[in-house]
Design a protein around this ligand. Structure first.
Ligand code: ADP
Length: 544
């Protein structure tokens, strides 16, 4: 027997229609590529998205066509999120920090019909344009006065285009499983692979982001979205924001500590989302300028994901900013939300150190994601907080296969996707990432977590950043090498660090050596680039 309730497809257009009706005045504040801070609202974004959808229809864009963007976080990008997906086409957000060859590859692989770009990427677009045969026009996301003065074929101006579009659009009643947006993984090995989100997966993911035990985004928030809109849809914030009416603060190209701090202060930001490297830049700015964030800001929570948040970072946000850290984990293949770490009532009574240990875990599944850990043979391991194994996930916003079937079916016989991470899960469901499967250090048949060592090392007051890699060892197979960037003006020796770590990690985990470097290599999404680092230290010999 079927239920007798209405069927309504879960559509991206319904998010912006809801926002236009229920929080038309809620603000979208953007620092623009042209310079000034720009203010608009959900009502206005809805209107301009409709205009743009009319323009794209006139240009011949069909349902299912891919429309590329090379853009920072800003209101025009947000308008495209709704115009393109709303009309049934596919928004393909491209990470401009990828290598040129990778961008060329993914635009051609996606067969993008139009490419919208921020003026800061004009030179890049000019260089790539001749290699992008499917692109019918390149649209500079600016007004006539700021059009780039470089030679780009088939160049169009965003503001001129949008002026010609009528401000109402009948959003089509699509099947909710229709593709809405496309994001390629950064692909540290091999070609980037496309993850194709559906309207349904996006709406369900947004509902989760707005639920209290998940990210708890709400209409009372002013949310600073530092995580880029070209990286997993800025963790879904442009959609979740429209659902609940949160004010969104979009930092444009300026991700330095000073710009971020100023936005936090001037826009009364209550919630901020970003990867650890961004927060390190923020801390550096606060230190050099001797600022008092607790007094000047009203930050309540900070969502940290993309890489592990060290205990020292969690502490710093609490003590100096008065903000609670929500450690979160996910990946492009998961839209990205997989776990969020929040304490349970029973944890409140724990001593500080024990609480911090829990906060440093990546957290628990919101409803919609199920995870398990397995050994090398695929046997499920216990949720005892000790056993660690391959982390597998399933749920309605988890990938089933990549765009164009790249790499074949991604799911095991029980419908789980292998994340490539290694983790433990405790009896309360808190997951703790030990490592990427390829980064874990295999020493004498046991596994050493590079992430745990790194987090311990950055707790030292003289350490700005740390990475741990495995170095080949004749007896133990691999042993850890700690690679450290010192904080400016600080001195610290190999011995100091090893003594410091000896009090914090198991004896057999202690790095065999410490190397000091000026900087560490990062990926396009701000993660440590371990492959490159391993390459750099390929011929390194550990002390006997
Ligand atoms: P890419 O950086 O390649 O685009 P993703 O952003 O999808 O890829 O990265 C996903 C991976 O990032 C996860 O599989 C995990 O290894 C790592 N990651 C994400 N969040 C965390 C976290 N909170 N702690 C540790 N690792 C994390």
């Amino acid at each position: 027997m079927l239920g007798l309730m209405q069927h309504q497809s879960l559509l991206v257009s319904s998010l912006i229609e809801h926002a236009a009706l229920n929080h038309p005045q809620a603000e979208i504040v953007s620092r623009t590529s042209e310079g000034p801070v720009h203010r608009t609202s959900y009502g206005e974004v809805a209107r301009r998205a409709a205009q743009m959808a009319n323009v794209l229809t006139r240009l011949g864009v069909q349902q299912g066509d891919r429309i590329g963007t090379l853009a920072w976080n800003g209101y025009r990008h947000m308008e495209l999120y709704y115009a393109v997906s709303g009309m049934g086409a596919v928004l393909h957000t491209i990470n401009p920090r990828l290598f040129k060859e990778q961008i060329e590859y993914i635009v051609n692989h996606a067969e993008d019909q139009y490419l919208f770009f921020d003026i800061g990427f004009a030179a890049l677009v000019a260089e790539l344009a001749p290699q992008l045969p499917t692109v019918k026009a390149f649209v500079a996301m600016t007004d006539r006065a700021h059009m780039p003065q470089v030679d780009i074929p088939r160049l169009q101006c965003y503001e001129e285009l949008i002026e010609g579009g009528a401000p109402a659009f009948a959003w089509p009643e699509l099947d909710e499983n229709t593709a809405a947006s496309l994001c390629y993984t950064s692909g540290t090995t091999g070609h980037p692979k496309g993850v194709l989100y559906s309207h349904r997966s996006i709406v369900l993911h947004s509902m989760s982001a707005c639920s209290v035990d998940s990210l708890a985004l709400s209409g009372a928030d002013s949310a600073l979205v530092v995580v880029p809109m070209f990286h997993v849809n800025a963790w879904g914030m442009p959609y979740a924001g429209a659902m609940c009416g949160a004010k969104l603060v979009l930092p444009g190209p300026s991700l330095d500590g000073k710009s971020i701090y100023e936005l936090m202060r001037d826009e009364r930001v209550t919630m901020a989302l970003g990867v650890p490297t961004v927060w390190l830049m923020l801390f550096r700015h606060v230190d050099t300028e001797g600022l008092e964030p607790r007094r000047e800001l009203c930050l309540r929570s900070c969502v940290i994901g993309g890489s592990a948040a060290a205990v020292s970072m969690i502490e710093r946000f609490e003590q100096d900013f008065g903000a609670t850290v929500m450690h979160a984990w996910g990946m492009t293949e998961m839209s990205p939300l997989g776990t969020v770490c929040k304490l349970l009532p029973k944890h409140e009574a724990l001593p500080l150190e024990a609480r911090r240990k829990i906060q440093a875990k990546q957290g628990r599944n919101p409803f919609g994601v199920t995870m398990k850990i397995t050994d090398d043979d695929g046997h499920t391991l216990p949720r005892d907080g000790k056993a660690f194994g391959h982390l597998l996930v399933k749920g309605p916003w988890v990938v089933a296969s990549y765009f164009r079937g790249e790499g074949g079916d991604q799911l095991d016989e029980n419908g789980y996707f292998d994340t490539g991470d290694v983790a433990t899960i405790d009896p309360d469901g808190y997951m703790h990432i030990t490592d990427r499967a390829k980064d874990v250090i295999k020493s004498g048949g046991e596994w050493i977590s590079s992430i745990d060592l790194e987090n311990a090392a950055v707790g030292h007051p003289a350490v700005a950043e740390a990475a741990v890699i495995g170095i080949a060892h004749p007896k133990w197979q691999e042993r850890p090498l700690l690679v450290v960037v010192r904080k400016a003006g600080h001195e610290v020796t190999r011995e100091d660090l090893l003594t410091y770590l000896a009090e914090r990690v198991a004896k057999w985990w202690l790095p065999d050596d410490v190397a000091f470097v000026e900087e560490l290599p990062h990926t396009a999404t701000g993660k440590l680039q371990k492959m490159k680092l391993r390459e750099q230290f390929r011929d390194y010999s550990l002390p006997a």
